[in-house]
Design a protein. Structure first.
Length: 256
């Protein structure tokens, strides 16, 4: 426990406090002068504007997406260090990486079918104004669905940026966070309750987007939980399926 305490004090807490300050307290860090803004402008803002065709507001949302998911990862790690859940409980196992990749891609196709069903049911029986409702904190954080971050034209830079974002940030972050809830809930209840309730909480987290996103995340969370169990409690296949799904979502605006 002593080693965990030092990791928390020296590494995690300072990073999380810095991210919290930049994310909630001082959003002007993106707009005002200073050394941090200089690095941001040279390596993020200007290339994004020149190569992706994004406006200033869209660039800021991209950066906040990265920060948000990094924050989720750090928060999940902090919870793991402070509880009886261990990293081995998630099943970070690369011994069957080819099999996990194939299963993850196939499950991604299943996820598309589930998305179609969710769209059909929600648009048929739920008023549009209800589906579009979202928690107002999204206005504070600047967090937004990547579907809103659409460049002037589809290009390789946009594809690579989103691929990196969803396969190395969003997919791992959300899977670790939701599975932490599942593992912890299973210890105090049973597997059925843990699978359903962790997916429900995962859906509530997506209320920062909209009610539709929340419902879709709940169904997706259930599916990814079952995939994790099907793979013998190994996390790689859910990460791959989740990454492909979210990456595909970013391409939808180009096919409307």
């Amino acid at each position: 426990m002593e080693n965990k305490t030092w990791i928390i004090i020296i590494v995690l807490l300072p990073i999380m406090l810095f991210l919290s300050y930049g994310f909630f307290v001082a959003p002007e860090i993106f707009n005002e002068g200073g050394s941090i803004n200089g690095v941001y402008s040279e390596y993020i803002e200007e290339p994004s504007r020149d190569y992706l065709g994004l406006g200033d507001d869209e660039i800021e949302k991209y950066v906040r997406n990265y920060i948000w998911d990094l924050y989720i990862i750090l928060f999940a790690v902090l919870l793991i260090l402070l509880t009886d859940v261990s990293f081995s409980d998630f099943g970070f196992d690369l011994s069957e990486i080819k099999k996990d990749a194939i299963i993850g891609i196939l499950f991604f196709l299943v996820d598309l079918v589930l998305l179609g069903l969710v769209i059909y049911v929600t648009t048929s029986y739920i008023p549009e104004q209800v589906l579009d409702y979202h928690l107002s904190i999204s206005d504070i954080t600047g967090y937004a669905a990547s579907g809103e971050l659409t460049p002037s034209g589809l290009n390789i830079q946009f594809l690579l940026l989103n691929f990196f974002l969803y396969f190395f940030f969003v997919g791992p972050a959300e899977e670790v966070f939701r599975l932490f809830l599942l593992i912890k809930l299973e210890k105090v209840s049973n597997l059925f309750v843990a699978v359903v309730l962790s997916a429900f909480l995962f859906g509530i987290m997506h209320m920062f987007g909209s009610v539709f996103q929340s419902l879709n995340a709940f169904i997706g969370g259930l599916a990814y939980n079952l995939l994790w169990l099907f793979r013998g409690r190994k996390i790689l296949a859910p990460i791959i399926a989740h990454g492909f799904y979210d990456f595909m979502i970013t391409l939808l605006p180009f096919f409307k």
